[in-house]
Ligand binder design. Structure first.
Ligand code: FMN
Length: 374
């Protein structure tokens, strides 16, 4: 079986994997799928290390790189100094966060430490087009880097053109059928329909409703179905909806190759599909996360409303760093989709792909039998 998009990337399995871990990306690509490496959590220096690792461990297989092009006002922030950006964070929000930090036994930063943190974050990780561009500069020279993915928003024209000049395809995640035309007009080659149940940034339309609408609006441009895929049966269903392959994320968090910590793996394996929710508290835009203490605090009565992107990240990412360092279980609210209710223990990439493909094949055979039966 091969769809057009699978033939573009020499794929044997119709499975794209989004991951922040180069080991997972390399293993997925090596096992017939397509690994797409996230860049939004890392500094440029760290991304350079991750990319080098990926290229060394999977030199002959195509891979993709996912960047973020938030559509509103990133340029405005590019012009501002860290102190000017910090001044946009209301006192109320800072106090709320200090209180939450102390309440969970974590060290509250001094004014000087906060200032240093904002300086570091704004100069190295602020989600702007320029920051995405710095990461992409490292990618263009690699012949196996064959797809640029935009996590949010229509990629700016110069980045689409540059990716095309380098022989790369351009893909975009979208959460609403009304976004299709803008992406097509800009020259995007692959649409990723990301449904409500997906981990990470999501819209509010369920994937079973979104994918067919995006397929119909796309006029032949390949569509990938994202959200809720943890079984081969679901791949068959996604392809029946018109998707040429699936785009997955959460299912890789439980693999041995993933950098998911043991505490977070426990949280994921114990959770049911009802234990996640969309919250703006991590980035300013709705992200599906496990309902841990961090999210619940922001959803509680009297909590301030999360700030718009990118200010909310400037505010909360320092605490995320502390939560990661101390593995504060009472606060941790990792991004993950509803499929975590279908995950109960550690797996490995090869095993996940094998199981997905076996069940996909069995489903297709069972459907054929069902319809051919007298
Ligand atoms: C932990 C985690 C982090 C994510 N971060 C990003 C990201 O930085 N960029 C992006 O395009 N998508 C991100 N996503 C969303 C994935 O690209 C994908 O759309 C989603 O995981 C698919 O749904 P699923 O989780 O049900 O498989 C993330 C997903 C997860 C689970």
């Amino acid at each position: 079986m091969q769809t057009e998009v699978m033939s573009w990337f020499d794929m044997e399995a119709p499975i794209f994997a989004f991951t922040h871990c180069p080991d997972v990306a390399a293993a997925v690509s090596a096992n017939g799928g397509f690994g797409a490496l996230g860049t939004t959590r890392t500094t440029v220096d760290q991304f350079a290390i991750d990319l080098k690792w990926l290229v060394e461990h999977s030199p002959d297989r195509p891979f993709g790189v996912d960047v973020m092009f938030p559509s509103r006002a990133p340029e405005e922030f590019e012009e501002m100094t860290p102190a000017q950006i910090r001044a946009l964070i209301p006192k109320e929000h800072e106090e709320f966060l200090d209180h939450l930090t102390a309440e969970h036994g974590l060290p509250v930063s001094t004014a000087e430490e906060k200032e240093q943190w904002v300086e570091e974050y704004v100069t190295k990780r602020l989600r702007t087009h320029a920051e995405a561009g710095k990461r992409l500069e490292l990618v263009y020279e690699h012949p196996m880097a064959q797809m640029m993915i935009s996590a949010l928003g229509v990629p700016p024209q110069e980045y689409i053109d540059r990716a095309h000049d380098c022989g790369m395809k351009v893909a975009s995640l979208i959460g609403h059928p009304k976004h299709v035309q803008r992406q097509l007009d800009a020259g995007v080659d692959i649409l990723i329909a990301a449904g409500y149940e997906a981990g990470g940034h999501t819209g509010d339309i369920a994937s079973f409703v979104l994918t067919p609408q995006v397929v119909d609006a796309a006029g032949g441009t390949p569509v990938l179905h994202a959200g809720g895929i943890a079984k081969g049966r679901q791949i068959a269903a996604a392809m029946a909806l018109g998707a040429q392959a699936v785009w997955t994320g959460s299912v890789w968090l439980g693999t041995s190759e993933a950098e998911t910590t043991p505490v977070i793996k426990d949280i994921l394996f114990e959770a049911s599909s009802g234990d996640t929710m969309r919250s703006r508290s991590g980035s300013g835009k709705p992200v599906r996360r496990v309902k841990g203490g961090f999210i619940q605090a922001w959803e509680s009565e009297g909590a301030p409303r999360p700030l718009p992107m990118p200010l909310q990240s400037v505010l909360v990412e320092e605490l995320f760093g502390k939560m990661d360092k101390y593995q504060t279980r009472s606060l941790l609210s990792p991004p993950a989709g509803q499929t975590i209710g279908m995950m109960s223990g550690e797996t490995d990439v090869r095993g996940v792909i094998y199981d997905l493909m076996v069940e996909f094949g069995e489903t297709m055979a069972a459907m054929e039998e069902m319809f051919s039966a007298e």
